[in-house]
Design a protein around this ligand. Structure first.
Ligand code: SF4
Length: 164
């Protein structure tokens, strides 16, 4: 499982299906490019991106503070706050799996000058197991889930695939 898969799971499961099939059109999206630019430029002076991979999961942490055991995730807007929280909860669970205890998260919104604390509870651990199973089920679907007709579809890299 990856952070992107978690994000798409909450955002749109059709989008997740395309992504799981390696139909990747995100490089065409200006919104994604802006998000990446903010993430990269904000921590330019303390570039500590960390990649962690095992046979189940692959995560990239924007910044990990070893002293306070805090994962920092940089986002440009809090519109998808719930999704961002689950991404960070997932990252905490991966560090736990690696034997790092007592990790918390912080979502930083530099444009809004806001920070959001994130913790992983036992309920969250159970929910993450369910999400993992459901992502596997979506991957095995023969045809993609239906379109969701949300306003943000127009900004989605898969818009043309879905509606034109
Ligand atoms: S355009 Fe809308 S329905 Fe299609 S993948 Fe994107 S978010 Fe999902």
């Amino acid at each position: 499982m990856t952070g992107t898969q978690i994000a798409y799971y909450f955002l749109c499961q059709r989008k997740l299906w395309f992504f799981l099939r390696n139909i990747d059109m995100e490089h065409n999206s200006d919104t994604v490019a802006l998000g990446k630019f903010i993430s990269e430029s904000t921590y330019e002076r303390e570039k500590h991106e960390i990649h962690i991979t095992d046979d189940e999961d692959e995560i990239v942490l924007d910044f990990y503070d070893d002293k306070t055991k805090t994962i920092h995730e940089v986002k440009k807007s809090d519109k998808m706050e719930e999704t961002h929280k689950w991404q960070v909860k997932f990252y905490i669970s991966v560090l736990e799996k690696k034997g790092v205890e007592g990790v918390t998260g912080e979502i930083d919104y530099p444009k809004l000058r806001q920070k959001e604390k994130v913790e992983l509870t036992n309920e969250d651990r159970t929910k993450l197991q369910e999400i993992r199973k459901e992502i596997g089920n979506i991957k095995n679907m023969e045809i993609p889930p239906d379109t969701i007709n949300k306003p943000f579809c127009k900004q989605c890299a898969y818009y043309e695939l879905c509606y034109i």
